[in-house]
Design a protein around this ligand. Structure first.
Ligand code: URA
Length: 234
């Protein structure tokens, strides 16, 4: 049975299949088809740059969950829009909320060091969070907050089209991998999401509290590096 594109997308959506995903091959051609489902009009084509601008604006004014009431600044993410490496953390803390930048507190300093150990600089990777706003009092992100914000992350991922994703900490790992397993079971293996390898590392805030995890943290970084290097050889 032949179905037109809109009907097929509606079927997929009804089945719970996420249909927002931008096609990487389109992204590399510098055009991305947007709002396939929601546009009444023929799909509008935006350039990559226009997509980034629109996404930044959507996040800046977002009121999809209650966190907009208490945030000082949204935290879009920072780094290279064409990065091979995409680091995804949990949510901003006090410093990030004030500065509008991800991982700028003590955990951020350690994350920067961990990147340095991989031969990476912050400006060469892209760093963002599951949540673009700070949960008050550094509470754990709520399910409805993560759900509301997830589309932004996936749009970022589709635009960057990274070679490798690093899930920083348990909350990011569980959401990205749609798993409830503890981090000790998620780390140490190479997962794949949207056909992109994903490696889980301990959150630097956790490592600052549990220095004994240093050796394991180093192993995770080595796994990430080896995975990336193997991709380079393909
Ligand atoms: N912790 C995170 O997960 N993200 C930040 O940006 C800062 C701290």
């Amino acid at each position: 049975m032949d179905m037109d594109k809109t009907t097929r997308l509606l079927y997929l959506q009804a089945m719970g299949v996420e249909t927002w995903k931008l096609k990487p091959q389109l992204a590399t051609k510098n055009v991305v088809e947007k709002n396939l489902l929601t546009d009444d009009k023929p799909s509008k084509i935006l350039t990559i740059e226009e997509n980034w601008k629109e996404l930044a604006q959507d996040i800046r004014v977002c009121q999809k969950c209650e966190l907009y009431k208490t945030r000082k600044k949204t935290v879009f993410g920072s780094g290279n829009f064409n990065a091979d490496w995409l680091f995804i953390g949990e949510a901003s803390g006090e410093n990030e909320d004030l500065q509008g930048l991800p991982f700028v507190g003590n955990a951020g300093l350690l994350l920067t060091e961990m990147m340095r150990a991989l031969g990476l600089k912050r400006e060469n990777v892209f760093i963002t969070n599951l949540l673009k706003c700070r949960p008050p009092d550094n509470q754990d992100p709520k399910v409805n907050e993560i759900t509301a914000c997830y589309d932004y992350l996936k749009r970022q991922q589709a635009l960057i089209n990274p070679k490798i994703i690093i899930a920083v900490g348990k909350v990011a790992a569980q959401k990205l991998l749609k798993s409830t397993a503890p981090i000790k079971e998620l780390r140490g293996v190479v997962h794949k999401i949207d056909n992109i390898p994903l490696v889980v590392i301990y959150h630097p805030a956790y490592l600052l509290r549990f220095l004994g995890k240093k050796r394991i943290a180093w192993q995770d970084l080595q796994l990430a590096l080896k995975t990336y290097q193997l991709l380079q050889e393909e």
